[in-house]
Design a protein. Structure first.
Length: 71
């Protein structure tokens, strides 16, 4: 898959920013550990769960807080 760069600079929301920052952190971590053969599976699992937790928290915070009941 190719990377999508269609988003204008001023329109990056919290979820996209968190995903970009997580990706950059993974890239920096892999670059600093280039002498190792592989990444520890516990570290990979923690990074994945942490990223998912951040995204879930952001989505939860952005939800509609109440329904008006008007149809």
């Amino acid at each position: 898959m190719s990377e999508q760069n269609d988003i204008p600079d001023g329109e990056e929301n919290e979820v996209l920013r968190a995903a970009r920052e997580a990706k950059e952190a993974r890239m920096r971590a892999s670059a600093s550990q280039s002498d190792k053969k592989g990444i520890n599976w516990k570290t990979a699992a923690a990074a994945g769960l942490g990223s998912a937790a951040i995204i879930a928290a952001l989505l939860y915070a952005q939800r509609d807080k109440g329904e008006s009941g008007d149809d």
